[in-house]
Structures are given as C-alpha cells and as structure tokens.
Write a protein that binds this ligand. Structure first.
Ligand code: G6P
Length: 621
C-alpha cells in the first residue's frame, strides 16, 4: 500500500527516483509523485494515474538537485487525484507517507482552527502541517519530526525533507515497512529492498518507532526518545537481474514459468538425500516446539491463506494434529482460543501484510510459539516471528501471487512431513516416499508448463464467458479457491471456488450454457497415509458432480491425470497432468489455473501485473 523512496547523494535524482518507483509500483499505482530540493526550494511533480504519466511530465525537466523523495499511491484517504497525490509540501517541509494516520481528523480540526489551509483530503498532509507548525515555532527539523511522531495514531512510514537541511532526509517507521540503503556517498530510504537493489545491497531495516537521519555520507538511527541506537547492516542476496522480466511479456508469466526453479530452491537444503528424510534447516532450535504441540492454527490473507488451507490437509494427514485456518483479519479480533501448547503458523509472501502481522502479535502476546513462512528475508513478519521458514522463490513482482503460492505449499508439505516424523504418525517408508515425491515435483511442474499452448486456445475460446466456477474436493478444493481468485484478480470476471459437493446447495442454480465450471479432478498415485481409498472416493464423487453440471448444459474445463479418458470424454476441454500423489497434485493443478487466468487477462487487455484496485503488499487493515 504505497511505495516510498528517498535519496540523498551526489547524483541528480530524477532517474533514480523514477526507477525506484517503477520497482515499487506493485504497492499501489493510482497516482505518483516526486519532490526534489534545489536552490533552497522544493520542486514537486505529481500526477494522477500510472507512473508513465509522471515520467512524461518529467521528461523535459532538468533538475539540478542531489536529493529527492518519491511516492506511488494506493488511495486510502481521498480520491486518487493529483491534489491527493504525494509528496505533500507544506511550508519548509515535504513528505511522502505509507500507512494510515487514524487520528488525523482530530489534528486537522486543530490545524484549521489555528488558521492552516489544508489542500488535500489525505491524512498525510496533516503530518506535514504538524511538522511545519513545530518548525515555525523555532524547533529544528529533526526534532520537529521527533515531537510530532508520538502524537500520531495508526501506522506510518515517512520520508521527509526540509528546506532548512538541504542534504538531509528523515525517515520514520511505525507499522509500515521502511529501510535505509547504504551506498557510496549516498543513502536511500525505501519501502522495500527491490527499489534500491540496482545501487546497493547493504540495508538497515528500521524497527517500529525508530527514525533515521540520513545525509550522503552517514546515517543515524534514533529510538523514540531520540537516542541513537545500534543497527545491523544486512547484505541482501537477491540481485537486480532477478527483478527484470527477462524476455517475458509480464512478470506474472515469468513467475509462473519460474515455479520449477522456485520449488527446487525452496526444497533444496532441506532434504537429507542419503536417509531420504526432510529436515528443514530454518527450523533450527524452534524444532523442539513441534514435539510438544497438540493443535495448530494457520493464519494468512489472500493467496497465502489458500496455501494455508492446503497446509491443513498436509498437517492433519501426516501428523494427525488438528489444524484450523483463519483469515488474519478475522483471527485477530475474535479472541481466539490459544494455549501454550499450540503452534501458530503465519504465511505471507511479503512479510508485511498488516493483518497477518497484527494477528501474529496477538498470538505472541498470548505466549504461543509463532512460526512464519515468508518469501522476503528480514521482512517484519520474519523478524518478529520466533522462527521463519523461507520460501526461496525469489522476488515476486506480479500482484497476483503464483510462484510464492506453490513455494509456500511446498514448505507446508515439508513441515507436515517433518511433524509426522516427530509425532511418529508416519512410518519410515511413508516419510521416505513423501520425501521422494516432493523432490521430483519440480520436474513434474516442467511437464505441466508444456500445457500452455492448449490453455491459450481455451482462453481464447472462453474469454467472453462472464461466470466461472472452480470446483474440487478434499485437497483440491483450496486450489479451486485459488483458481477463482486468480481469474477475478486479473480479468475482473466473476469467478467462485467451491468444494464440489457444495455445488448442489445453491451455486447450481446459476449453471447454464453460458457458465464455465473448472473441474479439478486429478487421480492420485498415492493416498493420504491411513486413508487408502480417499482419492478414489473423491474422484468418483467429482465425476458425479460433473454430470450434474453437464445435465444443465454447463461448459466444463477439466484438469485431470494423463490417460483419464473418462474425464476427457465428458469435458469440453481437458488438460492432463502427469501422474502424481494426492499431496503433490495441488502444486501441479495450480499451474493450469494460473495460466488460464493469465491468458484470458491478456486477451481481454487488462493490466496483468497491476490489476485495478489491488496492491501486492497490503499494509493497511
Ligand atoms: C494482497 C495481494 C495478494 C496476496 C495477499 C497476501 O491482497 O494482492 O496477492 O495474496 O495480499 O499477501 P502476503 O504478502 O501476506 O502473502
């Protein structure tokens, strides 16, 4: 939700700010702006809409500055129009903000009573006024920021400049991500590391309630009382090359195709090949918590929640521990029943989703061991969790999550197998077989990607349908939810995921010749341990549900297993997956539903990587 960048150094910052904003655009893209400081005055450029508009505006501008800040917005307070775009300039101060100042109305009333004219509808401009007001009373810039911050309720990351200190950028964080990038005679402040990776891989993550004061040659981190604190400089391993599209038309397509590699990177290092056993290295000492637990809660949002639903099947089947899965936004406020011998797992690609973070803080305050599954190293979730298992999927830029989802699923699979081992609910032959199956999954995924041509054709054939159901049973049901989410996120078509058995309890009323039902019905080469007939039963029941749709002239796109002529004959379109176990099939099934959504979106001409109204990292509640 909003990307922010700041630069102070020796180079003219226009290109740097624009390039950084391009990398941050996934966080919001309804307006954008930059401000620089030269000759004792600010130059502020803002534009409604995508970043291209701002680029065009700046094309012929020759700036003489060596300092600047920038912002790309996902509107919360105030419509996405130029007047509400950041940076907000007030007197001697200009700032950009990510987050929500919840008590802004209270401050606004007082500022207006003091005769101040508020130009925008945002909460952010109010903060610029508050700082400027303090400075007008004679307080120095850094001190003024420090005095204003404790009066703000809600979440924020700010990057601020003042005409009184022309080389200095002040950054402050509470609840929204912010880091300092350390370059050669230059400093950066940014919402995430991707924004600055072209120039430096040395970063310091700000903690909540900390401020940073940056000049080209030094930075200082201050705590809430203004006392300098020590900070750890982290070296980031991602490279700027990983952030490009490398020949793909969209990040989403690149990320779909990267899944075999993302899965390999996520799995490797966690397998003891000689004993054919999974031992997740990131678990470290946290592993001892796994033995004592008797119940698991999985908490996440969006696509990560769907991975969590798959995790429920894995953990329950492999370790026989009960698992509940919650939307983070619900978990936090429902006073969940948590005991110290529970385990809470929080899943997040970005590690910055506010709902998930808040849910984890709630669980931690109850003394429950908290494990994070996260793709972004040293993100807030990862730093605050008791332990973090990383998905090594590499940077995910497309707003619609793809490779992070399958990598999260692979981590949950491995965790569940390890828990099954620890809780002695799997025989040696079983966990060895499960280990072998996950190791070969990336190769199977390569095969599934080979379906793309046929998926493209179907996308062209069905792009004008307006209603899609995705149905599956058992462990395939979460993929139905994910398939529907992918389609609606990037095509804006109406899509719903259902457990196939629920179709007859309502949705079937909508089935007709202009409705498409995606039937996810692979056969399984193995069954859940101690449940030898499950896959067969699910398959047979799904076939019956398919007949119910056909009887009402509904169109059927089926994803099944190779050589399944029964399913192939009944479906209008059939895609065959290579044969795999019940627990591996969800990862394979994900690819056709992702590719279908992608190609429909491409045909409809929507913005695949930056769909309307969405943002990749949602740092507001
Ligand atoms: C946003 C994104 C989704 C994502 C969700 C959770 O809504 O648009 O794609 O699944 O946030 O994000 P996280 O980073 O916590 O996995």
């Amino acid at each position: 939700m909003c990307g922010i960048i700041g630069y102070t150094g020796e180079k003219e910052p226009k290109e740097t700010l624009l390039q950084a904003l391009k990398r941050l655009e996934y966080r919001g893209y309804d307006s954008a702006g930059i401000a620089t400081l030269e000759g004792g005055d600010f130059r502020v450029y803002r534009c409604e809409g995508r970043l291209e508009g701002l680029e065009a505006k700046l094309k012929d501008e020759h700036l003489q500055s060596t300092i600047g800040i920038g912002h790309t917005r996902w509107a919360t307070h105030g419509a996405p129009i130029e007047r509400n775009a950041h940076p907000h300039r007030v007197g001697s101060v200009v700032l950009v903000h990510n987050g929500i100042v919840e008590n802004y109305a209270h401050h606004k009333a007082k500022l207006e009573a003091a005769g101040r004219k508020i130009q925008s509808d945002t909460d952010s401009e109010i903060v610029a006024h508050l700082i400027d007001q303090k400075m007008a009373e004679g307080v120095a810039f850094v001190k003024a920021v420090q005095l204003v911050l404790p009066t703000l309720e809600g979440s924020y990351a700010f990057v601020i400049m003042s005409t009184t200190e022309p080389n200095t950028i002040v950054a402050a964080r509470n609840g929204s991500p912010l880091l300092i990038g350390i370059g050669e005679k230059e400093m950066y402040c940014a919402s995430d590391v991707q924004a600055i990776l072209s120039w430096t891989n040395k970063v310091v993550y700000l903690e909540d309630k900390q401020m940073a004061v940056c000049t080209p040659s030094r930075y200082e981190i201050l705590d809430a009382a203004g006392v300098p604190v020590k900070s750890e400089v982290k070296q980031i391993k991602w490279t700027a090359d990983e952030l490009g599209k490398v020949g793909y038309a969209h990040f989403m397509l690149k990320e779909i195709h990267e899944q075999p590699r993302a899965l390999t990177n996520t799995i490797e290092g966690n397998i003891n090949h000689s004993d054919e056993i999974i031992a997740i290295k990131d678990l470290g000492l946290f592993r001892k918590n796994l033995k004592a637990i008797n119940r698991v809660s999985i908490v996440a949002c969006g696509t990560s929640l769907h991975a969590g639903l798959l995790g429920k099947y894995y953990i329950e089947q492999f370790s026989r521990l009960p698992v509940e899965v919650d939307y983070a936004s619900e978990f936090r406020y429902r006073n969940p029943i948590l005991e110290r011998d529970n385990l809470c797992i929080f899943i997040s690609q970005s590690g910055e989703t506010l709902d998930t973070l808040a849910a984890m803080r709630e669980a931690k305050s109850r003394g429950v061991p908290c494990l994070a599954i996260c793709n972004v190293r040293d993100s807030t979730l990862a730093r605050e969790a008791d332990a973090t298992i990383y998905t090594n999927a590499g940077p995910e830029i497309g707003v619609a999550s793809t490779k992070a989802f399958t990598a999260q699923t692979a981590v949950l699979y491995m965790l569940a197998v390890e828990m099954g081992h620890i809780h002695a609910s799997l025989f040696k032959t079983q966990y060895q077989e499960l280990t072998r199956e996950i190791v070969r999954t990336p190769f199977l995924m390569e095969k599934v990607l080979g379906l793309e041509e046929s998926i493209k054709k179907a996308a062209a054939e069905y792009q004008d349908f307006r209603c899609f159901f995705y149905v599956g049973r058992g462990i395939y049901y979460p993929v139905a939810l994910e398939g529907a989410l992918k389609l609606k996120e990037i095509t804006y078509l109406h899509a719903e995921g259902y457990p196939a058995g629920e179709l007859k309890h309502g949705p079937i009323a909508l089935i007709s010749e202009d409705v498409v039902t995606f039937v996810l019905a692979p056969q399984a080469s193995s069954n859940p341990p101690n449940n030898p007939t499950t896959s067969r039963v699910y398959y047979d029941k799904l076939m019956a549900n398919l007949e119910e749709v056909k009887a009402r002239n509904g169109k059927i796109i089926a994803v099944g297993t190779e050589n399944d002529s029964r399913l192939a004959e009944r479906a209008d379109v059939f895609w065959a997956l290579p044969s795999a176990g019940w627990a591996i099939n969800p990862m394979l099934l994900s690819i056709p539903v992702q590719l279908f959504a992608y190609h429909v979106a491409l045909n409809l001409g929507t913005d695949v990587d930056k769909p309307r109204n969405l943002a990749k990292s949602v740092t507001v509640e």
